[in-house]
Design a binder for this molecule. Structure first.
Ligand code: NAP
Length: 262
């Protein structure tokens, strides 16, 4: 008898997370669904059990609350059936930085970065020990674009990209796959939750198309997946430029342009 692997998905009550839940259930995985809205999680779990026969547990948790977060971490540490973490829960904030309340900024950072890295930290040692499994972190193209005027949100997503790239380098040799998924604007509730009118944005990607593309990248074991980027050569050029810059750092010597005029 083979044991079905279990996928833990944060932010699974709606949007990208709920779509991942549906796709993994249809792929034959069991699920642990995490979000705050227990009624929505129950409804999704009941539907997926009926449609696919998957075993679906729910874990109602506010990932900005240390006690709730610790319970999810414990599940990831202890439940050896879980071999995949989809680190998806996230939010955004409307408006310019000077209009954003400091507590809202801190809560956004806690959800989009602290919770995400704590959950990765909870599962990674066990997966590395087992030599298998996957961690998928949902970033955003906003993390590449300070020009978009979403400075704190973009900064959290730049963190997600960097963390994913670093963890991929550390964990791939141990048999653990790490993927950063960078969606562009996608039709979900994230906009209205932040008080942004999404109907004014005609070019959003549909959430099913986004997750299906992300899963193509997942199946290919791509470290960074950009579903809305049409010419992959742009990503390769950015990465090559970054590597070129690193190669030009000579830390023992100040660059000529910073030397005081004689
Ligand atoms: P969404 O429809 O608003 O869903 C967000 C999910 O996160 C919900 O399930 C929500 O559930 C959960 N969540 C929010 N706050 C939480 C908290 N404090 N604790 C636990 N769960 C919480 O947004 P989405 O578009 O699917 O976003 C999913 C991820 O994709 C996010 O990381 C987002 O930054 C990223 N992303 C989205 C877009 C886009 O255009 N939609 C683009 C780039 C990246 P509850 O309310 O039940 O807790």
């Amino acid at each position: 008898m083979t044991t079905r692997s279990t996928v833990l998905i944060t932010g699974a009550s709606t949007g990208i997370g709920a779509t991942y839940a549906e796709r993994f259930a249809h792929r034959g995985h069991d699920l642990v669904l995490v979000a705050r809205d227990e009624a929505r999680l129950q409804a999704l779990a009941a539907r997926l059990r009926a449609q696919t026969g998957a075993a679906v547990d729910i874990l109602a948790a506010d990932l900005t609350q240390p006690g709730d977060l610790a319970a999810v971490e414990a599940r990831l540490r202890e439940d050896t059936r879980i071999d995949t973490l989809i680190n998806n829960a996230g939010a955004t904030l409307a408006g310019p930085f000077i209009d954003q309340a400091t507590d809202d900024v801190a809560r956004l950072v806690a959800l989009n970065t602290t919770a995400l890295v704590r959950l990765a930290s909870a599962i990674a040692p066990r997966l590395a020990q087992a030599g298998t499994g996957a961690i998928v972190n949902i970033g955003s193209v906003v993390g590449l674009a300070p020009e978009f005027g979403m400075s704190v949100y973009g900064a959290t997503k730049a963190f997600v990209l960097f963390l994913s790239q670093g963890l991929s380098l550390e964990l791939a040799p141990k048999g653990v796959y790490v993927q950063a998924v960078l969606p562009a604007g996608t039709r979900t509730e994230i906009w209205e939750r932040a008080g942004i009118d999404a109907s004014a944005m005609p070019d959003l990607m549909e959430v099913g198309a986004l997750v299906d593309a992300a899963l193509v990248g997942f199946d290919r074991r791509e470290p960074v997946t950009l579903p809305a980027l049409h010419d992959a050569a742009h990503w390769d050029a950015l990465d090559a430029a970054r590597r070129g810059l690193i190669a030009d750092l000579r830390q023992a010597h100040v660059a000529q342009r910073y030397r005081a005029a004689a």
